[in-house]
Design a protein around this ligand. Structure first.
Ligand code: ARG
Length: 484
C-alpha cells in the first residue's frame, strides 16, 4: 500500500470558543432560512462538533474539490466557477494549516466553517458547491477519507514493530527459555519462538486493518441527506477522483451506517490488546525478580522521591491506554445500538471515539517501536532460570510413548520421577539409568537424548513447533515477507 503522510491537526489557537467573525458575508447557519430566533448558547455548545471535527478540514476540502470537479463535469459549474471554488478551498486549507483561519462556535461544524469561509472569500459562486450534497453524506465521506489515511499509517507502524521484533528473533534462536502456562514453567522453547508468536498476532492485526480498509473504501457521496438527489451526479467520476473502489449501493445505509467505525475500533481494540500483553509481560521481565530484559533509559522514567528508580512507564501506559480504546469501541457500539434509520445527530458522536482510538494507538506504537529496538535480552539469565525446573519431563513422557508406553501411563511414571528429582534437588538428566528403570523398565540408555533443554528443542516435530530448525524456517519466511 502507498505510503501517505498523516494530516497534521489544525493549530489550536483559534478554537471554536473564539469570538465570531464580525462579517461572515451571509447567515452563520447553513440552515438559517426557516429560523427566526438565534440558537440558544447552551444548544450551540451541546450541538457543535467544530471543536473536534476540524481535524477533518483537509479531508473535507479534498472531498469538496472532487465534488466541484464532478459538478463542473455535469454542467452545474462552469470551468471558471470550478476553478474559483477550488482555489478558494485550497486557500482556506492553507489558512487553517497556518492558524489564520477564524473559527467560531456558531459555525457548528467543519463543513459549515469551510463553506462560510469560502463564501466570504469568493462570494456568491461558493453557494453552488453544496449542490446535490448534504452534510450527512459529506461527513460520511470525510470520515472515510480520514480513516483510510489512519489505517495506512497504523498498518505501517505495525510493520515497523514487526521488523524490530524480527531483528531480535533472528538473534535468539539459540537461546533456550521456559515457555510458561499459568505462569509456571512448561516446556523449553527458543526465545525466538516466543518473539515470533507476536509476529503472528501483529500480522493478523495488519490483515484486519487492510480488510477494514477495503470496507472503508466506498464512496457515500451522492446519497445526499439519505434518499439520493435529483441532480444527475456522476458518482463513478467522484469515486475515481478520490480513489474509492466502490460506490455505496443504498443511500440510507450510506449516510447512517458506521460499521466501518465499529470495525476500525474493534480492529484497534484487538491490536491494542496485543500491545498490552507484550507491555504487561515486559514490565515483569524488567523487574529484578525476572531481570530478563534491560530497557534503554530513553524509554523509562524516574521517580520524584526514589533516586534509584528506572521505571518502565511507557509499557504501563500502553497497558492502561488499552482501556481507553475499549472505551471508544463501547461508545461507538452504544451510539449505534437502537439507532433508527437513517441519519441521526447521534452519529456526530462517532468522531471523538475514532479519533481518540487512532491517536492512542499511534502514540503507543510510535513509542513501542523504538522501545523494542532499544531493549536487550539478558539471555544467560533467561536460559539459567529455565534450567531450574524439570521442564524436560514432557519430552521424557513422549520418549516413553515412542517405547510403546501408553501416554497416560508415561505421564504417571514421569510424574513419579519428577517428584524424586524435586526431593533430591536433581534434574531429570542427573538420574542414573537404574533409578529410571526402577520406576519404568522400558527406559533405556538413549533416554538422555530426550533430556536437557537443548535436546528437548531438537525433538519437537513439524511446522509451527519450537524446534530451532523450524523456527529458522519461520524466520526465513518472515524475512522474505519483509524484504518484499
Ligand atoms: N456534524 C454532523 C456530524 O458529524 C454532520 C452534520 C449533519 N447535520 C444534520 N443536521 N444533518 O454527523
Amino acid at each position: 500500500m502507498a505510503k501517505t503522510q498523516k494530516t497534521p491537526p489544525p493549530p489550536e489557537s483559534t478554537g471554536p470558543t473564539a469570538q465570531p467573525a464580525k462579517e461572515t458575508g451571509g447567515p452563520t447557519k447553513l440552515w438559517g432560512g426557516r429560523f427566526q430566533k438565534k440558537t440558544h448558547p447552551a444548544v450551540e455548545r451541546l450541538t457543535e462538533s467544530l471543536s473536534f471535527d476540524r481535524r477533518l478540514y483537509h479531508h473535507d476540502i479534498e472531498g469538496s474539490i472532487a465534488h466541484a470537479e464532478m459538478l463542473a463535469r455535469i454542467g452545474i459549474l462552469s470551468d471558471e466557477e470550478k476553478t474559483k471554488i477550488e482555489e478558494g478551498l485550497r486557500a482556506i486549507g492553507r489558512e487553517i494549516r497556518e492558524g489564520t483561519f477564524r473559527f467560531h462556535i456558531e459555525q457548528e461544524d467543519i463543513h459549515t466553517a469551510i463553506e462560510l469561509g469560502l463564501t466570504e472569500k469568493i462570494g456568491e459562486v461558493a453557494k453552488k458547491l453544496h449542490t446535490g450534497r448534504s452534510r450527512n453524506d459529506q461527513i460520511a465521506l470525510d470520515l472515510r477519507l480520514w480513516m483510510r489515511d489512519e489505517i495506512i499509517y497504523i498498518e505501517e507502524l505495525v510493520g515497523r514493530l514487526q521488523e524490530e521484533i524480527l531483528e531480535h528473533a533472528e538473534q535468539t534462536v539459540e537461546v533456550p527459555m521456559a515457555a510458561t502456562s499459568h505462569l509456571q514453567h512448561a516446556q523449553p522453547i527458543p526465545l525466538a519462538h516466543y518473539l515470533l508468536a507476536y509476529m503472528e498476532m501483529l500480522e493478523r492485526d495488519s490483515e484486519r486493518l487492510l480488510g477494514c480498509y477495503s470496507r472503508v473504501n466506498e464512496l457515500p457521496l451522492g446519497a445526499g441527506a439519505g434518499a439520493g438527489t435529483s441532480i444527475p451526479v456522476d458518482r463513478e467520476f467522484t469515486a475515481r477522483l478520490l480513489g474509492f473502489d466502490t460506490l455505496s449501493h443504498n443511500s440510507l445505509d450510506a449516510v447512517s451506517n458506521r460499521d466501518f467505525c465499529m470495525e476500525f475500533l474493534t480492529t484497534l481494540s484487538i491490536l491494542m490488546t496485543h500491545l498490552s500483553r507484550l507491555a504487561e509481560e515486559w514490565t515483569w521481565w524488567a523487574a529484578p525478580e525476572f531481570n530478563f530484559i534491560d530497557i534503554d533509559e530513553a524509554f523509562c522514567t524516574g521517580s520524584s522521591i526514589l533516586p534509584q528508580k528506572k521505571n518502565p512507564d511507557p509499557l504501563e501506559l500502553i497497558r492502561a491506554k488499552t482501556g481507553r480504546v475499549f472505551g471508544d469501541l463501547t461508545q461507538m457500539l452504544t451510539v449505534m445500538k437502537g439507532l433508527p434509520m437513517s441519519y441521526n445527530r447521534d452519529l456526530q458522536e462517532d468522531k471523538e471515539a475514532v479519533f481518540d482510538a487512532a491517536d492512542t494507538i499511534g502514540f503507543a506504537l510510535e513509542a513501542l517501536v523504538p522501545l523494542v529496538a532499544n531493549t536487550t535480552f539478558n539471555t544467560d539469565r533467561i536460559t539459567e532460570i529455565a534450567r531450574h525446573d524439570p521442564i524436560d519431563s514432557t519430552s521424557l513422557a513422549e520418549y516413553l510413548v515412542m517405547k510403546s508406553v501408553p501416554f497416560r501411563d508415561a505421564h504417571h511414571y514421569v510424574g513419579r520421577l519428577v517428584t524424586q528429582c524435586l526431593d533430591q534437588g536433581k534434574s531429570l538428566s542427573e538420574l542414573t539409568l537404574d533409578e529410571f528403570q526402577e520406576v519404568c523398565p522400558r527406559i533405556e540408555d538413549d533416554v538422555y537424548d530426550a533430556l536437557g533443554l537443548e535436546n528437548c528443542l531438537k525433538r519437537y516435530h513439524g511446522v509451527g513447533s519450537a524446534n530451532p530448525e523450524q523456527v529458522r524456517v519461520e524466520l526465513g519466511r518472515w524475512r522474505t515477507l519483509f524484504e518484499e
